[in-house]
Design a protein around this ligand. Structure first.
Ligand code: PRX
Length: 632
C-alpha cells in the first residue's frame, strides 16, 4: 500500500488534505484495496439521527483483502505466529497460504452447520490461532461474529448471546493461563441453559480436560472440518453490512453491542496500523491484547493482516513462567513492534529490571501503549528499560466505538511527550467542548473530547437499539460524537487524555460501568443499596471501590464482604470483582435522593479531608462514618 506517511511535514500535509477534502482523501486510500464493486459515494452522514455510511454501495469481502490478495505476493510469509502459554510447547507459524486454507475450510464447515450471511456467531475462546480463524471464517461467509472475552462469567455470556440471538457458539474445552487450567466449555454449558437461539456449539480441543459433549448440539472442531474442502468463494458484502458486534460497558445498564461494518473498518484499521506502527514488510509485530477486546480485533487480526504483516498471538500471561516472558518472546521471534497496556507495564515494573536483563531486545523498533492513560513513571520505564532509550513510544488513544486508533504519534515521526497521545490521525477532527457545549479553541484548554466529522471505522449503531447509540454518543453535545473522555490540549497543541468524565471506570485497561457492578452487587440478598466508584490503583490504573449498605442479619463483615465479591465474580467475571468493598451505614445523598459520587470518589482516593461543602447533603452525618471505615 502506498499510503505511508514518512515525515512530520508529510503528516501535516496529509492531515490538512484529510480535513479539506475528506472524500478525495479516503477514496485515494481505499483505492489500494480489492473491491468487487467500487463505491458510488465516499461518505454519507448526519450526527443527528445518527446515520453514517462509508463507501456507499461498495462491494467487498474483507477476507479477500486479508487472504486472497496476499497469496501471490506473500503466500509463504508468516501471517500468524502463535506462542503458547507454556514455553516448552512448540510455537506454530501459519503462512498466508495456510491461513487462507484454514479459514476457507472452517468457513465451509460452519456454513454446512447452517450458519448463513447475517447470522450471529459467538466466539468464546482462549488466545489460539483458531480464534482468528473463526473470526475470519465468519467474515468470509458474511456471518457476524461477536467475541466474548473468555474471562466473562456464564451470566455475562448468556446476556450477550441473548442480546444478539446468536445461532452458534465457538469455544474450547479449556484454557491454559499461566499455571492454571481454566474451564471454558463448562461456562458455555452453564450460559446456554438460558439461551434458546443457539443451535450448535463447536469445541476446539485445547487442554484435553474432561467436558460434557451433548450429542446433536456439540461438535468437536476437528470433526467439523474433517474432509471439508479448503476452497471457498467469499460472500459478497456491502460496505455497510455488519462485520462484527463487540459488547462494551457504558455508564448505564447492560453492556451494549457496538456495531462495526465491513468497508470503513477495513480501510481505517489497515491505514492506522501501517502509519502508527510504521510497519515495514518483513517486520514481526506483536500486540499482547486479547481478541476479546477491540484492540485484539483491530490490531492483532484485522489491521495487521490487511497490511500483510506477521502478527504474533500469545496465549499466556506476562508473568508465566516468570516476569521475563514478554522479553523472552520478543527475543525468540525478533519482535520489531510491541504493543501492550500500561497495566502490564506497571505490573512488570514492580519486578524491577532483573527479569529484563537476560534479554537483548535489540530487534525492537517501536513500543506501543493502549487502553488507559500511561503515567509518566511507567512511560519512562518502558522507554528506558524495554526500548533501551531508542524506541519511540506510540501512546494510542481510541475506543471500542472508534474501531481504530484516533490520537497517537506516528512512530519515529511525531515527537513524543510522556503521557501524551499527541496528535490526531489524518481524518480525525477533534474538538474540545466545555460542559455547555461551547468549543474551546486554541491551545492550553481542557474539556470534553468530541469528534465533529465521521471517520471510516466509527460505530454505526448499538445492536438492536439505535436510540441508545444516539443517546449515548450523539445527544450530550448535538452534532458531535462524544467520547466520554476528558482531554487537555497543551501549549503545543498536543493532546493528553485525562480519563473518563462519565461513570465508566477503566480497570487494567478494561472498561467497566459502575452501574453494571452495582447491579451485580445488588443481586446479593443481604445488599440494600450500593455505590461503586473508581480510585487510583498502582498497577491497575483504577481499582473498583464499592460502598455497600447491608442488612447484616448477624453476619460478620468479613464473611459478607467475601460473599458479595463472589457474587460479582459470578455475575460478571473476575475483572469486575471489587478491589475494596466497604460496608457503610448510608450513602451520601442530595435532597432529591441522588447519590453524591463526587464525595465517594474523594473518600476512595484517600482525599476524604478535602470534600468541600457537604452541608447541602440530605444526610451529611454518614460522611464521617464512611470516612472512618474507608481504605482499611
Ligand atoms: O478512557 C479511554 C481509555 O479507554 C477508553 C476506551 O476503552 P475501550 O473501549 O475498552 O478501548 C480500549 C482500547 C482501545 C477510552 O474512552 N483509553 C484508551 N486508550 C487510552 C485511553 N486513555 C488514555 N490514553 C490512552 N492511550
Amino acid at each position: 500500500m502506498s499510503d505511508r506517511i514518512h515525515s512530520l511535514s508529510g503528516y501535516m500535509y496529509e492531515y490538512q488534505k484529510s480535513v479539506q477534502d475528506p472524500e478525495s482523501f479516503w477514496s485515494r486510500i481505499a483505492d489500494s484495496f480489492h473491491w468487487r464493486k467500487k463505491w458510488d459515494k465516499v461518505v454519507d452522514w448526519n450526527f443527528e439521527t445518527p446515520d453514517v455510511k462509508w463507501f456507499v454501495n461498495g462491494k467487498l469481502n474483507i477476507t479477500e483483502n486479508i487472504l486472497d490478495r496476499h497469496l501471490y505476493t506473500r503466500g509463504d510469509q508468516a501471517a500468524i505466529i502463535w506462542e503458547p502459554n507454556d514455553p516448552e510447547e512448540e510455537h506454530i507459524t501459519l503462512t498466508y497460504k495456510e491461513l487462507h486454507a484454514k479459514v476457507c475450510q472452517f468457513a465451509n464447515a460452519i456454513k454446512a452447520k447452517g450458519v448463513c450471511k447475517g447470522d450471529r456467531v459467538i466466539i468464546y475462546m482462549p488466545m489460539v490461532p483458531e480464534a482468528a480463524i473463526a473470526m475470519l471464517a465468519c467474515a468470509r461467509i458474511g456471518a457476524i461474529h461477536s467475541i466474548v472475552f473468555a474471562g466473562f462469567s456464564a451470566n455475562a455470556l448468556s446476556d450477550r448471546i441473548n442480546d444478539c440471538k446468536a445461532k452458534m457458539v465457538i469455544t474450547s474445552d479449556g484454557n491454559f493461563r499461566g499455571s492454571k487450567q481454566i474451564p471454558v466449555k463448562e461456562v458455555v454449558d452453564e450460559a446456554l441453559k438460558n439461551c434458546d437461539s443457539v443451535e450448535s456449539t463447536i469445541v476446539l480441543k485445547r487442554t484435553g480436560q474432561d467436558i460434557q459433549m451433548t450429542s446433536g448440539h456439540d461438535i468437536w472442531w476437528h470433526d467439523v472440518i474433517e474432509g471439508v474442502s479448503s476452497e471457498n468463494k467469499a460472500e459478497e458484502m456491502d460496505s455497510e453490512d455488519i462485520l462484527f458486534i463487540l459488547y462494551t460497558s457504558g455508564s448505564t445498564g447492560q453492556p451494549k453491542g457496538v456495531v462495526h461494518t465491513c468497508g470503513g473498518y477495513m480501510i481505517y484499521t489497515a491505514y492506522s496500523f501501517q502509519n502508527v506502527f510504521q510497519y515495514n514488510q518483513g517486520d514481526v509485530y506483536w500486540c499482547t491484547a486479547d481478541v476479546g477486546w477491540i484492540t485484539g480485533h483491530s490490531y492483532i487480526v484485522y489491521g495487521p493482516l490487511l497490511a500483510g504483516a506477521t502478527s504474533i498471538i500469545f496465549e499466556g500471561v506476562p508473568t508465566f513462567p516468570d516476569a521475563g516472558r514478554f522479553w523472552a518472546i520478543c527475543d525468540k521471534h525478533q519482535v520489531n513492534q510491541f504493543y501492550t497496556a500500561p497495566t502490564a507495564i506497571r505490573a512488570l515494573q514492580a519486578y524491577g529490571t532483573e527479569p529484563i536483563e537476560p534479554y537483548k531486545l535489540d530487534s525492537l523498533k517501536v513500543l506501543g501503549s493502549v487502553g488507559e492513560p500511561i503515567n509518566e513513571e511507567a512511560w519512562h520505564w518502558y522507554h528506558d528499560h524495554v526500548g533501551k532509550g531508542k524506541c519511540p513510544i506510540v501512546d494510542t488513544w481510541w475506543q471500542t466505538e472508534t474501531g481504530g486508533i484516533m490520537v497517537s504519534p506516528l512512530a519515529g515521526i511525531t515527537p513524543t511527550k510522556p503521557a501524551y497521545a499527541t496528535l490526531p490521525l489524518p481524518g480525525v477532527q477533534l474538538v474540545i467542548l466545555d460542559n455547555e457545549g461551547n468549543e474551546l479553541k486554541g491551545n492550553s484548554v481542557e474539556g470534553n473530547l468530541c469528534i465533529k466529522f465521521p471517520w471510516p471505522s466509527m460505530l454505526r449503531t448499538t445492536y438492536g437499539d439505535h436510540d441508545r447509540c444516539k443517546q449515548t454518543y450523539f445527544s450530550t453535545f448535538p452534532n458531535h460524537y462524544f467520547t466520554g473522555d476528558g482531554v487537555k490540549r497543551d501549549e503545543d497543541g498536543y493532546y493528553r487524555i485525562l480519563g473518563r468524565v462519565d461513570d465508566v471506570i477503566n480497570v487494567s485497561g478494561h472498561r467497566m460501568g459502575t452501574a453494571e457492578v452495582e447491579n451485580a452487587i445488588n443481586e446479593h440478598p443481604k445488599v440494600v443499596e450500593s455505590a461503586v466508584v473508581g480510585y487510583p490503583h498502582d498497577i491497575k490504573g483504577q481499582g473498583i471501590y464499592a460502598f455497600v449498605i447491608c442488612d447484616m442479619d448477624g453476619r460478620t463483615e468479613e464473611g459478607l464482604i467475601k460473599e458479595i465479591k463472589e457474587t460479582v465474580t459470578k455475575i460478571i467475571g473476575p475483572i469486575a470483582r471489587p478491589d475494596k468493598l466497604q460496608i457503610v451505614p448510608g450513602l451520601p445523598k442530595t435532597r432529591s435522593g441522588k447519590i453524591m459520587r463526587r464525595i465517594l470518589r474523594k473518600i476512595a482516593s484517600g482525599e476524604g479531608d478535602n470534600l468541600g461543602d457537604i452541608s447541602t447533603l440530605f444526610n451529611p452525618e454518614v460522611v464521617e462514618a464512611i470516612k472512618e471505615g474507608a481504605n482499611r
